[in-house]
Design a binder for this molecule. Structure first.
Ligand SMILES: Cc1ncc(COP(=O)(O)O)c(C=O)c1O
Length: 467
């Protein structure tokens, strides 16, 4: 299968000269900046209208300007050089302490990573090493099918078996299914708060009890939800406890570059104990380059990203986060009720901030619609939902730009039209969701992999030369 829409990757090929080899001479800075300004302004425009699901978490350009100012002071600083840049140690310690406070950790113990993926891969490594100490040579980790693919990536890199548990008809981890997969080689369980597909909180209390029963670890993936669901209790939004107050929880990840409103490239990974954290340190004592120590996967890291994450947190404070979270929870509740007005649709589970919806499956055959037709119509009005599969659905992950006045009203009107469009298009193939099993048609795995590998090749390439 050829890669899909690869030319869409290169909209600038016709506007600017394509750099195909190292330029002999430098270009004037003002020209470069003008080019950057034109591209970024055009690309940000849709996001700022509030029509994008997830991705742009703050969208406040005044906030970004402040973070960029902070970033500028440390963009060149290497956090590895602790003696030259002791401020980085201050920022990291304080970011970890603030996050630990929000997550009710027994002590501030964690690491800063480059993002959610690294914050999910590190605990896999830690729990593999934890298992090795106990003589487990073929470790497995049990997690629901809805857990983020970064776990698959980590398990692939580190030689860990992943055992995928089913979810219930409310789309959260089915604890009986998890229990049935645990054996003497299980080093950890995983639950999410909330899941990427449906924004739901797995039954962390039951997972915690199961982890304690077996004397194993439990990672809570709060990469997406940590910095939003963490405020629910204070706002009287009914979310179950998912943090260190549950005694079986041994680590939690929460991304400062999502609802933490920092710049892209930072996340916090908390451990219950310093002993666990030590398993992820990497030390080479006898290298000719000197004694090498690093707390995680990265070598050199920019002090700018860490300073900006710290600045975001201390500039907003609890008060600032609570105000934004209240708007996000309120908008998501409104979105749920808008979807609920349409008998052709159903909301998946009981979401608080990231609302997934599918076509209702309890209607007569002739009344059913295809959710990807709904998505096609919304996309034609610049709404960018995220397509899901198994079951076919889309989600709208509410972030700050979506809470702007008028945005959700516009969505309600466009959704109404989209349902009319989907009714008219019954029996035809939708444009969106093609590789995700649109309308229940499953694309063979080899085709998806071949097609997606072609897509990835294209993202790392130049546009084809003009004929
Ligand atoms: C629940 C969850 N975990 C982990 C990640 C991975 O985060 P990142 O893209 O920062 O690596 C995401 C990303 O959306 C997520 O939603």
């Amino acid at each position: 299968m050829p890669y899909v829409g690869a030319m869409g990757l290169f909209p600038y090929a016709s506007r600017y000269p394509v750099v195909r080899e190292f330029p002999e001479h430098g270009r004037p800075r003002h020209e470069i900046v003008a080019e950057i300004e034109a591209m970024s302004a055009a690309e940000d425009a849709v996001a700022l209208e509030g029509k994008i699901s997830g991705s742009i978490y703050s969208g406040d350009h005044d906030h970004y300007a402040f973070l960029n100012e902070v970033f500028g002071h440390y963009s060149h600083a290497n956090v590895l050089q602790r003696d030259v840049y002791p401020s980085a140690t201050r920022f990291e310690g304080e970011i970890i302490a603030m996050t630990a406070d929000l997550m009710h950790a027994p002590e501030p113990c964690g690491v800063i990573t480059s993002g959610g993926t690294e914050s999910l891969m590190n605990p896999l490594l830690v729990y593999r090493e934890w298992g090795r100490e106990r003589g487990i040579t073929r470790p497995n980790v049990v997690l629901p099918v809805t857990a983020h693919p970064a776990f698959d990536k980590g398990a692939h890199y580190f030689g860990i078996e992943l055992r995928k548990a089913a979810v219930t008809d409310r789309y959260v981890a089915d604890i009986d299914s998890v229990r049935a997969l645990v054996d003497e080689n299980t080093v950890a369980l995983v639950g999410s708060a909330g899941t990427y597909p449906h924004g739901l909180i797995d039954p962390i209390d039951a997972l915690s009890a199961l982890a304690l029963e077996h004397g194993i670890n439990l990672h809570v993936d709060g990469c997406l939800g940590g910095f939003i669901l963490g405020w629910a209790e204070a706002l009287a939004v009914p979310a179950p406890v998912f943090d260190f107050r549950l005694p079986g929880v041994t680590s939690i990840s929460a991304d400062t570059h999502k609802y933490g409103f920092g710049l892209k490239g930072s996340s916090v990974l908390l451990y219950r104990t310093p002993e666990l954290r030590r398993h992820q340190y990497f030390i080479v004592p006898d290298w000719p380059g000197g004694l090498y120590t690093s707390p995680g996967m990265s070598g050199s890291r920019s002090g700018g990203i860490i300073a900006a994450a710290w600045a975001a947190m201390v500039s907003l404070g609890r008060e600032g986060y609570l105000a934004i979270a209240a708007d996000i929870f309120g908008t998501a509740a409104r979105l749920r009720s808008i979807i609920g007005e349409h008998p052709e649709l159903r909301v998946l589970g009981d979401p608080l901030f990231n609302v997934a919806f599918a076509a209702a499956d309890d209607l007569a055959e002739e009344d059913r619609i295809d959710i990807f037709h709904v998505n096609d119509s919304l996309a034609s009005k610049q709404w960018r939902m995220n397509g899901l599969q198994l079951p076919p659905a889309v989600h709208f992950c509410i972030t700050r730009p979506n809470t702007m006045p008028g945005v959700i009203d516009r969505f309600a009107a466009d959704l109404h039209e989209a349902i009319g469009y989907a009714r008219e298009r019954r029996g035809t193939a939708p444009r969106s969701g093609a590789t995700y099993g649109a309308g229940g048609v499953t694309v063979p795995r080899e085709m998806v992999e071949a097609g997606m590998a072609g897509w990835l090749d294209a993202t790392q390439s130049l546009p084809p030369p003009p004929p």
